[in-house]
Design a protein around this ligand. Structure first.
Ligand SMILES: Cc1ncc(COP(=O)(O)O)c(C=O)c1O
Length: 423
């Protein structure tokens, strides 16, 4: 099929939504002050950033990044394999490994590239991957590129993972088996049942556990050392992958392990490391500064949880459908994709930056407003967000009483609305 023909139905949908004025994505942020950003000349409280600790604006992080630019320049000039490897990358790898409790780490230029390159290098077509159905797209792309057999288990269901592993190992006894999960799931905010998942090793001692802790790093565990640390199972997790694009106030990614041989192999085999430019100096230096801060100032992580508790309490008082997670991501369940887009637009009008998560990021008709808060949010910011949400909650019928026994929202669309077409 020709490209134009293939993309036509998709573009028709996007353009349909754009014509309604409800298209919420690619908002042009002209300035960021951290918890407050400027869009179209208007200041909005940011309620959807992954900069969980607010470190992107910390003067120490900014200064360290500037110093690195002065010393190494703005770009790396090549991949790490060739001319772009800096002493800064080696230092960062050492600091990261120690921070998450592993012997070594390998840094890539983004988290996506870390998953894509590492998973493809680690897994082979004969291998078996146990895959949580909510795992991130970058994990999926890595698994697909490896051409290993993928077996899906229901989200966060260790018993089903066990059953599926048992039956797959009966069929393919020679396969290496990997279990891949996120630490904190990026859309639902669910914390992985990592303690239960690593227990599968009792029956399958050769099972290799790969944890994508993009949203757990800097947030979960002591000093933000991550989800494995939170559960006290770091020694049972074979690979910890993380990104710098969330709490670490930068961009980039890494994979850490106690298996130094495998990491040495990865360093020389990961195509996304060898054939992609290295992480710029400013980005690497910013992360080192974040680790310094996290090691010395655990109160920053504490403040994030304090903010989260306040927000969750406020959302529940309004009557919104919010899960009871210990997670920095607070999704608000709203039902249809159309309603989510309208609510997002109304929140913007009330001075709050909060975006909808719609199909295919979440199941059809289970759209969310994905909110996330930062250590640097002050009470006045939280109040503004809660006031705006309270207004729209009642207008759009997204409170607990509006949900039927199947978990679906009962409140109808407004007359005259044309919802986006179902998949
Ligand atoms: C779970 C998860 N893994 C990996 C990534 C990719 O990270 P990066 O933004 O560093 O490419 C993300 C980012 O959205 C993520 O949420």
């Amino acid at each position: 099929m020709k490209i134009a023909e293939r993309i036509a139905p998709y573009m028709k949908q996007v353009e349909g939504v754009q014509q309604t004025g409800l298209y919420a994505y690619f908002q042009p942020v002209s300035r960021s002050m951290g918890p407050v950003v400027e869009v179209d000349g208007k200041e909005l409280v940011m309620a959807g950033s992954n900069d969980y600790l607010g470190l992107t604006h910390d003067p120490r992080v900014v200064e360290r990044a500037k110093d690195a630019i002065d010393r190494w320049g703005t770009g790396p000039g090549g991949s790490r394999f060739l001319s772009g490897n800096m002493t800064l990358h080696d230092e960062l790898e050492e600091r990261l490994a120690a921070f998450v409790g592993k012997k070594k780490a390998v840094v890539h230029t983004t988290g996506f590239l870390t998953n894509l390159g590492s998973i493809k290098s680690l897994m082979q077509p004969d291998d078996l991957i146990l895959f949580d159905k909510e795992n991130h797209a970058s994990i999926m792309e890595g698994c697909k590129a490896s051409r290993a057999r993928i077996t899906y288990f229901a989200h966060n269901d260790a018993a089903e993972a066990h059953r599926r592993l048992a039956s797959a190992m009966e069929k393919y006894p020679e396969a290496s088996a990997f279990l891949i999960t996120e630490g904190v799931f990026s859309m639902s905010g669910d914390v992985a049942v990592l303690d239960q998942l690593v227990k599968l090793k009792e029956d399958f001692p050769e099972l290799i556990v790969y944890l994508d802790d993009a949203h757990g790093l800097g947030v979960m565990g002591s000093h933000g050392r991550g989800t494995a640390n939170h559960f006290g199972v770091t020694d049972k997790v074979d690979f910890i992958m993380g990104t710098f694009s969330k709490a670490m106030a930068s961009i980039g990614g890494f994979i850490a392990s106690d298996n130094e041989d495998v990491l040495a192999f990865l360093r020389n085999d990961s195509k996304t490391l060898i054939f992609s430019a290295a992480l710029p100096a400013a980005s690497a230096a910013a992360v080192i500064q974040c680790i310094d801060i996290l090691e010395k100032e655990p109160e920053r992580v504490e403040r994030l949880w304090e903010v989260n508790r306040k927000v969750r309490k406020g959302l529940k008082e309004i009557g919104l459908c919010v899960d009871d997670n210990d997670s920095p991501i607070i999704p608000i369940h709203v039902g249809s994709e159309l309603k989510a887009m309208k609510i997002s637009r109304e929140l913007f009008a009330r001075g709050v930056f909060a975006l909808p998560a719609v199909y295919p990021a979440v199941p059809w008709n289970h759209a969310l407003i994905r909110t996330a808060f930062m250590s640097t949010h002050e009470d006045k910011h939280i109040e503004k967000v809660l006031d705006a949400l309270s207004d729209v909650a009642h207008k759009y019928g997204i409170c607990k009483q509006d949900v039927d026994s199947e978990g679906a929202m009962t409140s109808p669309e407004q007359p005259g609305d044309t919802p986006p077409t179902a998949p």
